[in-house]
Write a new protein. Structure first.
Length: 273
């Protein structure tokens, strides 16, 4: 649970593990007999450590080569996903959109939505008043809602769209690809300076199709298969010598966002069978 909390706050499982390890060391160094609610204590410590790390990480991410995308993880490693809120806040599209939030807004949103903490506890964790915590949650909810459909597609619909995408890409079907994309589709590619990738988001159906068509003309789209990451389906594939994990966001029944992770450091936890 603590690892899932830190991952939602940081978008990196490597960083989340460091935070939870530090929280564990602090727990070991306390007089545990004086702590009435261990879960609340550990949630507070993890959240505050993650907040500190997120503030410093944002500076590094601004200097990152090309778009910074969250590190994907296999669904089995994402922690408990017992509720719709836990699944939604670990979904790749949501993690990406949460980068728009300030660190305190992100913490308030995750603690309230996924872990259902009362506002007084959240306010104490982030160091604000209860009224301000409520306001931050409202702002975060509005900003995130503006970036996605009101009704989220089922896992089956998600997988069906990805399968159609794989088939169109493998067959080189330009018209089939075009039909799959929303008019305002955006494609992000994260190579991290280690693998050649687009350095800016690609905006609009025409440009995204042209970009993909160019890739398919140079590289064979092979070893493609569906895997489950962050609570949803994704495509694991190979372009040339490089592996890539591709996730999508859906808007109005079509592909509205494409997230391509090529940075090998961020693919270390994805293990296709």
């Amino acid at each position: 649970m603590l690892l899932g909390l830190a991952y939602r706050l940081l978008g990196s499982m490597w960083d989340a593990e460091d935070v939870v390890q530090e929280a564990w060391l602090r727990w070991q160094g306390t007089d545990q007999s004086e702590i009435r609610e261990p879960r609340a204590f550990l949630v507070t410590v993890v959240s505050r450590l993650a907040l500190d790390q997120l503030r410093s990480a944002r500076v590094k991410r601004e200097a990152y080569t090309g778009p910074w995308l969250p590190e994907p993880v296999m669904t089995s490693e994402a922690g408990p996903l017992d509720t719709a809120e836990l699944r939604d806040t670990v979904s790749y599209a949501t993690l990406h959109m949460m980068e728009r939030l300030s660190p305190p807004e992100r913490a308030v949103f995750v603690l309230r939505e996924a872990f259902e903490l009362p506002y007084d506890e959240i306010a104490e964790i982030v160091g604000s008043s209860v009224a301000n915590a409520r306001q931050m949650h409202h702002r975060a909810s509005v900003r995130l809602a503006a970036g996605r459909d009101r009704f989220q597609p089922s896992t089956e619909n998600h997988a069906e769209l990805l399968t159609k995408f794989m088939e169109a890409a493998a067959g080189g079907g330009l018209s089939a690809l075009t039909d799959l994309f929303h008019e305002d589709v955006v494609a992000w590619n994260d190579g991290g300076g280690k693998v050649r990738a687009a350095l800016r988001p690609i905006l609009g159906r025409r440009k995204v199709v042209a970009f993909l068509t160019g890739l398919l003309a140079r590289y064979e789209f092979k070893e493609s298969r569906l895997v489950e990451v962050n609570g949803g389906p994704a495509i694991w594939t190979r372009f040339g010598e490089n592996h890539q994990l591709m996730m999508i966001g859906i808007r109005d029944g079509r592909i509205g966002e494409i997230y391509g992770v090529l940075n090998p450091d961020k693919l270390a936890r994805v293990r296709p069978e």
